[in-house]
Design a protein around this ligand. Structure first.
Ligand SMILES: [Zn+2]
Length: 257
């Protein structure tokens, strides 16, 4: 066992890890684990921005300083969970993909192998002196291109360095969807209602992303009007019947030790 060694959670965007596994992070930290949330697509783009990026900023209630402000939101959210935060300099697909003209494009764009390799190297470099015992990342439910790239990069690092790879169910992409699995179920003990409350407090620190996901007009979710707290708690209650508030799997590609 390597229970004393850190867990490195690799989040595609500045919100995904907290939205998906915030309660689990809070529980692990309470159990004395050292958790770092490393966000891949946290790089600061240079204006001028595309029409799509400008429209995205408006949906988020942000301007040209969107990424610095989102980084600040993330520091506050991860601070509530008492996790360390690390931001990698890769550009979000919204700034990276020239041809982007709709949200649908983000879910259809092919993953870029060279970028996967570059991100894998950057994640490896971020280990520092003390290597993590486990790497966690998203299962990429919903197929967002940045989520697929992140999962592929983390899987590559896990394979190369023989590290345990844990995948989480992407929220809110999995909300309202039937339960499905991405490997062998992993359960973290003692994730309590207090940890779920801590997650709600942390998620509330991402006002720009909550505005985009829940208040703006959203074609990709059929324009449904939803309250984020109700959706998050409803999803957690549903998943509790399948093993926990937040579902996790050990990926089949990793070599457990
Ligand atoms: Zn994301």
């Amino acid at each position: 066992m390597c229970a004393d060694r850190p867990i490195l959670m690799v989040s595609p965007h500045l919100d995904d890890a907290v939205l998906s596994v915030g309660a689990t992070v809070a529980a692990l930290v309470d159990q004395g684990r050292d958790v770092t949330i490393c966000t891949v697509f946290a790089g600061e783009p240079t204006p001028p921005f595309s029409e799509f990026a400008d429209a995205f900023h408006t949906m988020c209630g942000l301007g040209d300083d969107a990424v610095p402000r989102r980084r600040q939101e993330d520091l506050e959210a991860t601070g509530i969970l008492r996790a360390r935060s690390l931001h990698l300099p890769f550009l979000d697909s919204i700034y990276r993909l020239d041809a982007i003209d709709s949200f649908a494009f983000l879910f259809e764009a092919p993953a870029n192998d060279a970028l996967v390799e570059e991100i894998a190297q950057s994640i490896h470099k971020s280990f520092g002196d003390e290597w993590p015992a486990e790497l966690w990342t998203c299962a990429a439910f919903g197929d967002h291109v940045d989520h697929r790239i992140t999962r592929a990069a983390v899987a590559r690092v896990a394979r190369e360095h023989n590290l345990k790879l844990v995948l989480w169910e992407d929220f809110p992409y999995a909300a309202g969807q039937a339960h499905s699995a991405a490997g062998r179920p992993v359960s973290v003990p003692d994730v309590t209602p207090a940890h779920l409350q801590q997650k709600l407090d942390a998620v509330a620190r991402y006002p720009s992303q909550l505005a985009m996901l829940y208040d703006a007009e959203r074609d990709w979710r059929d324009g449904m009007e939803l309250d984020w707290r109700s959706e998050l708690l409803g999803h957690a209650a549903d998943r509790l019947q399948h093993g926990g508030y937040e579902l996790l799997w050990q990926a089949a590609t990793s070599r457990p030790r």
